[in-house]
Each structure stands twice: as structure tokens, then as C-alpha cells.
Design a protein around this ligand. Structure first.
Ligand code: C2E
Ligand code: CA
Ligand code: CA
Ligand code: CA
Length: 275
């Protein structure tokens, strides 16, 4: 029995080593991936709830790994945050998304996710403004999505950066609303342009009376504070009906469109024959 226990421990230890090695391997690969253009963006449509008019896209990063295939951000964004690579990754995403959006005939918005770590760069606002100047994208077409942790980490610095960006006409959305510890405090701290209700609530508006009450409350909060409200993760016609009845401003989710390469949406980006 003693021997068996030891073997079990060895097996466990070996598995741990493998996991650590795998992580280091991916981390190292990721640095190379940025340099060698293995990252790519998928775009998910955001539409008006009432008319279903396209208002913009959220850019979501993907990694086309040479041997592992398409790696989702849930795997490598946390790694990039631990290793600091998120700074160059974030800048790559911003530049690629702005460059792409600048080519569209229609003045649609492009929403880009920022990691809390990017806000530790004192010159973040200047870096973003430089990318807009370089790509020629008007600031009013850029929307930055941040979570409350950005504001909680270093409130004074984050607010300074966000106010500066907003003063240039860039809009700021609060992502994953309702999932953190102090969502309401965060709303009080900064005049967001938009609130994105997390899909953990949106996904349950049919089955859970609590979820429906919470979504209604967020919509009312948004209206009172003059912030637009976007529902994330809309998957069913019933959810869509609920959000339309409750006058939610915008929706995003698989029902309307999954994140896909921009070519898929080419005909929606042209000025003429749009529809
Ligand atoms: P997020 O910002 O909350 O992005 C929305 C996620 O929900 C996306 O997952 C999207 O594919 C997924 N989604 C959209 N509609 C539906 C739906 O109807 N049903 C379901 N089940 N899911 C839906 P994705 O692309 O895997 O991204 C996951 C997270 O990775 C993002 O969550 C964001 O936190 C992070 N991420 C993605 N791209 C970037 C980036 O460029 N920079 C940073 N810092 N983070 C990123
Ligand atoms: Ca987002
Ligand atoms: Ca979200
Ligand atoms: Ca999220």
C-alpha cells in the first residue's frame, strides 16, 4: 500500500511537471506568435434590439497555432496576463482592429477589449491615440470594453486614462456587468457610455424570475444614468423577445451572429447595397 501511494504521488508529480512544461511552452510560443502573425481577430456583430440594424462589431482575438489549431482566448489571454505578454498582445489587437475598421465604408463601431494590466502603462491613452492617428480611424468609432477590475486596481490612474480617452470621443463600455464584487461602485466612479449585461443573466431571463428581475433593474439603471445597455450572449428568440419588450438598446450573441472572420460580413460593410 505504501509503494502504491508513492507511485500515485510520482504519477501526480509527473502530471504536474507536464502541465508546467506545457504552460511554459505556450507562453514562449505566444511571444513568437505575435511576431509571426499567428494571431487573428474574429468579429461579432452588435445590433439595435428593435430594428436589428448593425451598429458595430466586437473584436475577439484568436490564435492560429501551427500544431494546436485555433486556440481560444480563454486559454492564452490569462497566460499572456501572467507573463506580461498581454501588453504587446493588447497593442496588436488594437492596431489590427482599428486598421480593419478604417477600411469599412459604413461608420460602424469597433469594440476592443482591454486588459486591466494595460492600464498599468501610464502612457496607455497616448498609445491608443497614436494607433488611431496611424490607422486613420476616427475616435468616435472606437469603443473600449473594460471590466470593473480596471477601476478597482488603481482607481486614480484608471480614471485619469479613461477621462482622457473619453475627451477625444472614444466610448467606454463596462464589460461583464454584474459578475464582479463592486459593479455598482464602478458605475458611480465613471460615466460609462455603455453597460454590457453579462450573459450569465441574459441566458436565464426565460427560466429564472431572478435573472429577469436583475436584467430589468440593469436596464432601468442604465436609463437613469444615461448609459446605453447591451445584452451579451443572446442565444434564443425568447431572450430576444424579452429584451425587445424591455427596450434594451443593443444585443450581441449567437442568435444574431457568432464571432467570425471579417470576410463573412463583407457585404454588410459596404456603403451601397447595405442591408
Ligand atoms: P468577453 O469580452 O465577455 O467576450 C464575449 C465572449 O462571449 C466571447 O468569447 C464570445 O465568443 C462569447 N459569446 C458571444 N455571444 C455568445 C453567445 O450567444 N453564447 C455564448 N455561450 N457565448 C457567446 P471569446 O471570444 O472566447 O472570448 C472570451 C474572453 O476572452 C472575452 O470575454 C474577453 O474577456 C477575452 N478576450 C477576447 N479577446 C480579447 C482581446 O483582444 N483582449 C483581451 N484583453 N481579452 C480578450
Ligand atoms: Ca468584451
Ligand atoms: Ca463580456
Ligand atoms: Ca469576460
Amino acid at each position: 500500500a505504501k509503494l502504491e501511494g508513492r507511485n500515485t504521488y510520482r504519477v501526480f508529480e509527473a502530471a504536474m511537471d507536464e502541465a508546467v512544461a506545457e504552460r511554459l511552452d505556450l507562453e514562449c510560443d505566444l511571444r513568437r506568435a505575435i511576431a509571426e502573425n499567428e494571431l487573428t481577430l474574429h468579429y461579432q456583430p452588435q445590433v439595435n434590439t428593435g430594428g436589428r440594424d448593425l451598429v458595430g462589431f466586437e473584436a475577439l482575438v484568436r490564435w492560429r497555432h501551427p500544431t494546436r489549431g485555433l486556440v481560444p482566448p480563454s486559454v492564452f489571454v490569462p497566460l499572456a496576463e501572467q507573463s506580461g505578454t498581454i501588453l504587446s498582445l493588447g497593442e496588436w489587437v488594437l492596431r489590427a482592429a482599428c486598421r480593419e475598421a478604417a477600411t469599412w465604408d459604413r461608420p460602424l463601431k469597433i469594440a476592443v477589449n482591454l486588459s486591466p494590466m494595460q492600464f498599468q502603462q501610464a502612457d496607455l491613452a497616448d498609445r491608443i491615440l497614436a494607433i488611431l492617428a496611424e490607422t486613420g480611424l476616427p475616435p468616435a468609432r472606437l469603443e473600449l470594453e473594460i471590466t470593473e477590475s480596471v477601476i478597482i486596481n488603481d482607481m486614480a490612474r484608471a480614471l485619469g486614462i479613461l477621462r482622457r480617452l473619453k475627451s477625444f470621443g472614444i466610448s467606454i463600455a463596462m464589460d461583464d456587468f454584474g459578475t464582479g464584487y463592486s459593479s455598482l461602485a464602478t458605475l458611480q466612479a465613471f460615466p460609462f457610455d455603455k453597460i454590457k449585461i453579462d450573459r450569465s443573466f441574459v441566458g436565464h431571463v426565460e427560466g429564472s424570475p431572478q435573472a429577469a428581475v436583475i436584467v430589468r433593474a440593469v436596464l432601468s439603471l442604465g436609463r437613469s444614468l444615461g448609459m446605453g445597455v447591451v445584452a451579451e450572449g443572446v442565444e434564443t428568440p425568447d431572450q430576444m423577445r424579452f429584451l425587445t419588450d424591455e427596450a434594451c438598446d443593443e444585443v450581441q450573441g449567437y442568435l444574431v451572429g457568432k464571432p467570425q472572420p471579417i470576410d463573412v460580413f463583407a457585404r454588410y460593410l459596404r456603403g451601397e447595397n447595405a442591408e
